[in-house]
Write a protein that binds this ligand. Sequence first.
Ligand code: NAP
Length: 256
Amino acid sequence: MGKTRILILGGTTEARLLAEQLAEHEGVDVLLSLAGRTKEPLPQGAPVRVGGFGGSAGLADFLKSEGIEMMVDATHPFARQISANAADAAKVADIPFFALGRQAWQPVVGDQWHEVADVAAALTALGPTPRRIFLAIGRQEAHHADRFPQHFYLVRSVDAVDPPLQAPDVVSILDRGPFDLPGEVRLLKQHLIDCIIAKNSGGSATYAKIEAARLLGIPVLMIARGAATTVPTVSSLEAALDRIDHFVSGAAKRGV
Ligand code: NAP
């Protein structure tokens, strides 16, 4: 009986863990896809391909030519383009498809969140008075800060922001989560941060900054997620594995 060939769209901890588990699955031939944004990704524990597909049509072609029988979108909640492409491509290739997502964070008592639509809206909302900002949004959109040079920015990313920001008062830290509460409290105090700009990514790896903000009474400009997807979505690794097991055992019964 042949193995079921599954493509995982990754770039997240969840995708890495899912691919790692599927690499051990006797009925699955897994392939993990990374965009190639991170210079030195962590070891993935599964076969990996790197780089874009060339839009949804390119991805649909890839699914067909590689004989992919199921696809899982385990990309970051803010990676909207690839998720839209994947939904279209799965239809065209006519293969089962679901997303492994993360529940959005919800504010709790003590949080001072102000929801904004995107990074530019967050920076605009700060107003003209100089502030000390922890820009915790990764490196791809950090350049928006250059249009608001009155503020101090603490920028943390896995790889350096390239080209570097032009804003005059910037401290860059290269680091990769997960982050813990004592470390985040220390960081916010050390740089006298008075506002955080964050994406509502969900998950635990980057939540400590939100807890630290609550503890220290620091407001958070929280970038909201886009409209909810119609793609079937699970929010845990176990649920994703169950769904895959179900499909793989069905395929075995059907003799494919
Ligand atoms: P995006 O805007 O949704 O996608 C832009 C293009 O990048 C896509 O059209 C696709 O190119 C390519 N791409 C994205 N993810 C890919 C994947 N897993 N495999 C192959 N190609 C991929 O994506 P993004 O926001 O730049 O994110 C890029 C990657 O970083 C994603 O894998 C995501 O999971 C990860 N990530 C993103 C964020 C974030 O805040 N956006 C945070 C953490 C991690 P083609 O059209 O040529 O196929």
